[in-house]
Design a protein around this ligand. Structure first.
Ligand SMILES: NC(=O)c1ccc[n+]([C@@H]2O[C@H](COP(=O)([O-])OP(=O)(O)OC[C@H]3O[C@@H](n4cnc5c(N)ncnc54)[C@H](OP(=O)(O)O)[C@@H]3O)[C@@H](O)[C@H]2O)c1
Length: 320
């Protein structure tokens, strides 16, 4: 089950050549669909066609597709385990891909560059709700720190390229994404997808208890991938300012509430227990989402509805 995407600014996107890097990934594929629904001629690029850590491939990408607008959503990313295992690789690949994409964009005469970034760029000490102004008030911490610092550097690169070379750009810091098409495997999944898998499997196996890590009290924010794709399309047509902007719901949800919503959607009626000997991570995280209103974005998909869609998609496409 996936929702119908509504066209955004078809006068702007109609016939426009757009490259979406990461177009084979979770966010990039949905963004490509949103831009196509808006009339753009979209090349959704994956790593098999172009390895964006190689300058020759990046140059070939621009020669072949001649985009006027680029959405750079490719990223070396993963769950906590992948981040812990790859601090060097994640800095190298994310920084290099972003810099090569920008440098070759200006040589190719691209008009607009939309950089997809993340709230993993924020320091843990950022006051709540997290505001764009606090981004540099500390180092991005924890397992995702190296990934965050590479993305943070790219924010500054976009600002520099706009100022020196006049490439219009927009930089969007997305909160935790979820939705149909997400990654559900143990290695790469984030918390929401991991819980979907756990509760659907519990129902299938007739389990009477599901035990989750920690106390369940930490809060996080969850953005449906369709809302993220809509924000990207809106920023592409309406927002020319490289200063990073939060894109999220501004709503904090505790992991406990999240587990209950997912259990309900999956039809799980057994007990939910918490292994409080396991660490909780940061206590609270959610965004101030006012700035994105300047280009007409506010998240729309209610969490319960998005979770129901995600559970249905997982059952149909992954669980079998
Ligand atoms: N998922 C989230 O919760 C979240 C939250 C905030 C921000 N973001 C940002 O959103 C973007 C997309 O994330 P996602 O969740 O959609 O990730 P994903 O599903 O893992 O997709 C990553 C994409 O990047 C491509 N890629 C990786 N290395 C590449 C390389 N060397 N050359 C060319 N392409 C390469 C992959 O291509 P192949 O699959 O073809 O290898 C894939 O299309 C990332 O920039 C990430 O930082 C994601």
């Amino acid at each position: 089950m996936t929702r119908q995407l509504q066209p955004i600014d078809p006068d702007f996107y109609g016939g426009r050549k757009v490259v979406v890097t990461g177009g084979t990934g979770f966010l990039g594929a949905r963004t490509a669909s949103q831009l196509e629904a808006s009339g753009a001629v979209v090349a959704a690029i994956g790593s098999k066609a172009f390895d964006l850590t190689e300058q020759v491939d990046v140059r070939r990408l621009y020669e072949q597709h001649e985009p006027s607008l680029v959405v750079h959503a490719a990223g070396a990313i993963g769950g906590i385990g992948a981040n812990v295992a790859n601090p060097g690789r994640f800095i190298y690949a994310n920084a290099l891909m972003g810099l090569l994409m920008l440098e070759e964009a200006r040589l190719a005469g691209v008009e607009k560059f939309v950089l997809i970034s993340t709230t993993c760029t924020y320091p843990n000490s950022a006051p709540l709700p997290m505001r764009e102004e606090s981004l540099w008030d500390g180092k991005p911490a924890g397992a995702t720190g190296p990934y965050g610092i590479a993305k943070r550097m790219l924010h500054e690169a976009s600002i520099g390229y706009e100022s020196q070379y006049g490439i219009d750009s927009a930089t969007l810091m997305l909160s935790n994404l979820y939705g149909p098409g997400d990654h559900f495997d143990e290695e790469t999944s984030h918390v929401l997808a991991a819980l979907v898998r756990r509760f659907v499997e519990a129902v299938a196996n007739g389990a009477e208890t599901v035990t989750n890590w920690g106390t369940g009290s930490p809060t996080r924010e969850f953005l449906h991938v369709d809302d993220a794709a809509r924000a990207i399309a809106l920023a592409g047509s309406r927002h020319n300012d490289p200063a990073p902007v939060n894109v999220g719901t501004g709503i904090e949800t505790s992991i406990k509430e999240l587990a209950e919503l997912i259990a309900d959607a999956a039809g799980y009626t057994g007990a939910i227990e918490w292994d409080t000997s396991k660490p909780d991570g940061q206590a609270r995280r959610y965004l101030d989402v006012e700035k994105a209103r300047a280009f007409g974005f506010a998240a729309e998909v209610p969490l319960a509805e998005g979770i129901a869609e995600t559970v249905a998609w997982y059952r149909e496409h992954v669980a079998g």
